[in-house]
Write a protein that binds this ligand. Structure first.
Ligand SMILES: C[S@@+](CC[C@H](N)C(=O)[O-])C[C@H]1O[C@@H](n2cnc3c(N)ncnc32)[C@H](O)[C@@H]1O
Length: 449
């Protein structure tokens, strides 16, 4: 049976991401499903694609030191081949440098024959000169330094510096360039966390309990967990620890009427159902009708019966919820995803600072629209997986000014166990480098009159 070179497959995927803005996970899954890449090469393909996307700016910076032409002026094929070669030679212990260079040059002979000599020369001189690579001076040009050294857009490193200062921003930049942890949540409607860990252990999966989430389990590998029998039996779902904390701050109770306004694919919807012991009503809505199927599938798998799904634009009035006053509303808002860029590294290169302002307009419109659907005394939780103040505190502040019937509740006295994860203003904000989970924000707003 024929096989495919994983480096060639990685090149093809990176090319499509550059040209079409396709998502890496979908392209990798598609390639692997063809079963033309075997054994350890399957892991190598994933590592090459994600590694190059995560380290792209650093790889270009290194190329720039050994090429007369600036990396952004190079032909796309040549730039991608050099990124692949430098990534293997500098960041992959499992590939000897000689193999990294030779394999890349062989690929170049096939894909960009006229540039094969140039690629060979750059890779070999980069290897010889690896100890002399220079980066911008962190004291003089901290944003440029973090951007080149840890491979992030410079406007983003500038934002981190403003929020955290150099030392902390450097720790964040380091964490954001690493692969993320792989975390699941036990479906406590069917099994306790300890029991599930025992079961996973018997299946040969090594794991540890999460530090903060009571139902979270961190797996020490990210293999195909959805193929495990325990997944099919609905004993767990995949969800980052930060995302597992948001529903806890909402405190939904048995028998409540709950609106999950931006619900797909349903990670938090199903956790809310768990917290309600599968009793009450959850209206799970999303503007994207196709994604509602994912919520229903997960509910079926986890044995959740109290969720009804609707297509709804949460930023404008809807007939679907016209008659209802809710005890709890979750707004897990559409956002930039700046807190999860290590999971979707391709996305960080597509975002612009102006996106944050635009998103904040939608986020505010969703809050404004949903305010009236909450009962007096009820709680609305506003959450994002963004680290940006523009999408978080600024949206909440603006909402509170316009809606004096709401007040922000300080999470620290209500949840003393999570106080170390809260900001000075009593909002939840997690950071990958400090807390070992994704970057996340949540504000608990109570309707007082
Ligand atoms: C952060 S994701 C939600 C994740 C989900 N809560 C979970 O835990 O699995 C944001 C969702 O908001 C949806 N969305 C975007 N704009 C919306 C709008 N105007 N009204 C309702 N949903 C919207 C997107 O389709 C996306 O599924």
């Amino acid at each position: 049976m024929s096989t495919k070179n994983p480096r060639r497959a990685a090149f093809d995927i990176l090319l499509r991401i550059e040209k079409e803005r396709s998502f890496a996970d979908i392209l990798i899954d598609h390639e692997l499903s063809k079963e033309l890449i075997k054994g350890a090469d399957r892991g190598l393909l994933t590592e090459l694609v994600y590694g190059v996307l995560r380290r792209q700016a650093t790889l270009d910076h290194i190329v720039g030191q050994f090429s007369k032409q600036r990396p952004e002026k190079l032909e796309l094929y040549v730039r991608l081949l050099l990124r692949l070669g430098i990534y293997q030679a500098f960041f992959l212990d499992r590939v000897p440098v000689s193999a990294a260079v030779n394999e890349t040059v062989n690929l170049a002979k096939e894909l960009a024959p006229r540039a094969a000599g140039f690629i060979n020369a750059v890779l070999r001189s980069a290897d010889r000169g690896r100890d002399g690579i220079r980066y911008p001076d962190p004291a003089e040009q901290p944003a440029q330094y973090l951007a080149a050294r840890y491979s992030h857009p410079q406007w983003l490193t500038a934002q981190w510096l403003e929020q955290l200062g150099l030392e902390d921003a450097e720790a964040l930049a380091t964490a954001m360039a690493e692969p993320p942890p792989f975390t699941i949540r036990a479906n406590t409607l069917r099994i306790g966390r300890d029991q599930l860990m025992e079961r996973l252990g018997r299946d040969g999966i090594s794991c540890t309990p999460t530090a903060w989430s009571p139902d979270g389990i961190r797996l020490n590998h990210s293999g195909a967990v959805t193929r495990l029998a325990a997944f099919g039996e609905g004993l767990f779902t995949v969800q980052d620890e930060s995302s597992q904390l948001a529903p806890l701050f909402l405190t939904p109770g048995k028998g409540d009427q709950v609106l999950d306004a931006c619900a797909a694919p349903g990670g938090k919807t199903t956790q809310i159902a768990q917290l309600m012991a599968n009793e009450g009503d959850i209206y799970a809505c999303d503007v994207n009708q196709r994604k509602l199927r994912l919520i229903r599938e997960t509910c079926d798998r986890l044995g959740i019966r109290i969720v009804r799904t609707f297509t709804m634009d949460a930023s404008s009035p809807s007939n679907a919820i016209r008659e209802v006053k809710f005890d709890r509303i979750l707004v897990d808002a559409p956002c930039s995803g700046l807190g999860v860029i290590r999971r979707n590294p391709e996305g960080k290169w597509w975002k612009q600072p102006s996106d944050l302002e635009q998103l904040s307009v939608t986020q505010f419109a969703i809050l404004e629209n949903l305010a009236e659907y909450l009962k007096v005394g009820g709680t609305l939780l506003y959450a994002t997986c963004s680290t940006s103040v523009i999408e978080n505190e600024a949206v909440v502040d603006r909402f509170l000014v316009r809606h004096p019937e709401f007040e922000a509740e300080d999470l620290r006295p209500l949840f003393p166990q999570f106080a170390p994860l809260c900001t000075e203003r009593g909002y939840f904000r997690s950071w990958p480098h400090r807390d070992g989970m994704d970057g996340f924000f949540a504000a608990r707003l109570r309707k007082v009159e």
